[in-house]
Design a protein. Sequence first.
Lengths: 206, 206
Amino acid sequence: MDTKHRILDEALTLFSQKGYANVYVGEIAEKVGIKAPSLYKHYRNKQAIFDAIIEEMNKRYEEQAGALNINGMNPASDASLYENISEDRLVEIGTGLFLYFLHDDYTSRFRKILTIEQFHNKEFAALYSSQYVDGPFSYQKMLFKLMAAGGSFASADTDVMTLQFYSPIYLLLTLCDREPDREAEACKLLEKHFRQFGRIYGGRQK
Amino acid sequence: MDTKHRILDEALTLFSQKGYANVYVGEIAEKVGIKAPSLYKHYRNKQAIFDAIIEEMNKRYEEQAGALNINGMNPASDASLYENISEDRLVEIGTGLFLYFLHDDYTSRFRKILTIEQFHNKEFAALYSSQYVDGPFSYQKMLFKLMAAGGSFASADTDVMTLQFYSPIYLLLTLCDREPDREAEACKLLEKHFRQFGRIYGGRQK
DNA sequence: GTCTATAAGAAGATAGAC
DNA sequence: GTCTATCTTCTTATAGAC
């Protein structure tokens, strides 16, 4: 990894731990193994480093959407995958979503930055909501609609179903961001949630 | 309100909007209507203002517990209130919990500070979890146990029930902290959640 | 591209008059 | 208790040698 990327990487880590204002340029430089002035050969100023992180994040968001098989243009194409779904598959989807968000190297650090900076301006607030509320919601809601259509799931109000399915994932995700030691506890509770959710809303099992 | 308290109040507002590091002593002083040096007659330094906020918060936490009728020493004394409970009462409890946390003047500002500062040190992380995860959990869990004992509610796994009941409140609370404009949307969704939760777990109606 | 030296400015805090 | 003036320190950023 070249110096420019290593600066971005160390800055991302530091910003995610302390927030933008508490990280000094000299601190980033030290982690990279250079002196502060050298850093200005790669980025115009401190803000430019932060902007580059945001930009990189936006780039990865596209890829992430792809990785999660979201296809906003043609959701019907994914239908076959979810029409007939078992309770185990539900646990698998939920756990996958949880562990992906929790452990993904870049995503998890960036989520912490958004958490810290969310009240600073509306852009950050909107970005946070889009990534950790509205995005997962519309994705999950789409799945439930497909599952209901396939007959393997109850066709209750999908908004509420989605809220009840995703909210525990969200709560435990933010809990583990804050206290990583509680991951095992969270996973145990989460699996119980998925099983019970499956019992409540699950229709004909395949 | 005397100057000392007004300093605390303005500092609380500013810290909750920008975080500790982004608020300057002169800024707090300006809001109060004095010059920065005058502020040092009331508090030893900037950190002392922050510490006073934490202390005040701890004091209010006790009162809050009282307001919510938590009686850890003798939970049975509250039993009569919850033994026979209707779906409407459930909505009332949930909405009350949500609106109390969302709008309480001091609580809501302090929650934002905790949100911003939660990754700074373990004390803040523990405080956040205690106030917005473990506290509400144990309170709500106690209620469900009483309700199950009273026969008005299913006696399912109370941990999962509590998670499924409270997580949507938590998610929508953090959403409204971030985007206050979405409060109406959140309340609508929340009521649907409570009704559906009541249908799922509600036993004999009274 | 990295360094040392240093400028420029911001922010916390103190001194001492009123 | 509040003010103006000032000190000190910290932090960003630049200049210019190598």
